[in-house]
Design a protein around this ligand. Structure first.
Ligand SMILES: NC(=O)c1ccc[n+]([C@@H]2O[C@H](COP(=O)([O-])OP(=O)(O)OC[C@H]3O[C@@H](n4cnc5c(N)ncnc54)[C@H](OP(=O)(O)O)[C@@H]3O)[C@@H](O)[C@H]2O)c1
Length: 276
């Protein structure tokens, strides 16, 4: 498991709980302590981790990180053994995952719907984009991750599916922050807003109600990652010659929240843009 960020550590935890031997690596030292305590072994280098692996997984920040780890010097491509599948779990562009699918014998794009807590509790959804042969090879790993699986026949489609959902959630959270602001500006109480909007929004938005109304948010999907995801979604539509209307404003909102010092906080920190 390459990448010991929030998601990589949670994925490694599931694999350990599933009885696998898990070798981990992270660019910066010191991030694997908890996973090692839970039974993983930290590799001395990226190449060492990949050479020993029967399945390679990455979960990293963005396209640049995945490109570097997958294709850079000492990266996955140079060290992976013949026939070993490579599962890429980050939220990245469909172009990148399709490119990687063409470069590795057995590549699967497996972006994740749900944050670290959903992975840990076995309630995440894995959007699996690969061919049937690779699917068979990665099934033991997928079974240990638990949760639900949605299958797509190409890597890029799984990445597109992930960006499709994320844009809806990012837009919804930003719109909800504005709806709360409008309600409060006109004199409605928070309890009235909870009741009123509780009936109108999807469960994926409802779980950010309290954070948007002012409770501290546990940071899991950061504003920096949210802005990145909105940008990738915009690129997908642009690639089809379509100029989105709302998504650029949504992206700007998360960028601004990050620039105002909330880059490491959950996307609910978009609410700080509306402080009077
Ligand atoms: N957080 C969520 O709720 C959530 C949910 C679904 C999907 N995702 C997606 O999952 C991915 C990981 O998210 P996360 O929350 O785990 O992020 P994170 O905690 O910020 O971790 C990012 C990881 O990427 C590594 N990294 C960044 N640039 C690198 C580079 N150039 N070379 C090597 N490693 C590099 C980091 O290493 P260092 O420690 O050295 O910086 C770290 O291990 C992202 O694509 C995100 O969009 C996140």
């Amino acid at each position: 498991m390459l990448g010991m960020g929030r998601m990589g550590a949670a994925l490694a935890g599931r694999l350990l709980a599933g009885g696998h031997e898990v070798l981990v690596w992270n660019r910066s030292p010191g991030k694997a302590t908890d996973v090692v305590k839970a039974g993983a072994v930290e590799a001395g280098s990226l190449a060492e981790a990949v050479k020993a692996a029967e399945v390679v997984l990455t979960c990293l920040s963005n396209d640049a990180a995945v490109r570097h780890v997958a294709l850079g010097d000492g990266g996955v491509r140079g060290s992976i053994a013949d026939g070993v599948p490579y599962i890429e779990c980050s939220t990245v562009s469909p172009q990148l995952t399709d490119e990687l699918a063409g470069m590795f014998d057995h590549f699967a794009a497996v972006p994740v719907l749900g944050g670290p807590a959903a992975i840990e509790s076995g309630q995440a959804t894995y959007l699996v984009g690969t061919g049937p042969q690779t699917l068979e090879l990665i099934e033991p790993a997928l079974a240990s991750l638990g949760g639900a699986v949605r299958y797509y026949e190409m890597a890029g489609l799984a990445s597109t599916a992930k960006l499709t959902v994320n844009l809806m959630l990012l837009s919804g959270v930003a719109a909800l922050a504005e709806s709360f602001t409008v309600g409060r500006s006109g004199g409605l109480h928070d309890d009235q807003l909870r009741e009123l909007l509780g009936e109108a929004v999807a469960p994926g938005l409802k779980n950010r109600f309290e954070a948007l109304l002012g409770a501290p948010a546990a940071g899991w999907w950061t504003t920096v990652l949210g802005a990145k995801d909105a940008g990738l979604a915009i690129d997908v539509a642009e690639g089809a010659g379509i100029h989105l209307q709302v998504a650029p404003a949504v992206r700007q909102a998360y960028l601004r929240a990050a620039e105002q010092g909330h880059g490491d906080e959950d996307i609910a920190a978009v609410r700080y843009l509306y402080r009077s």
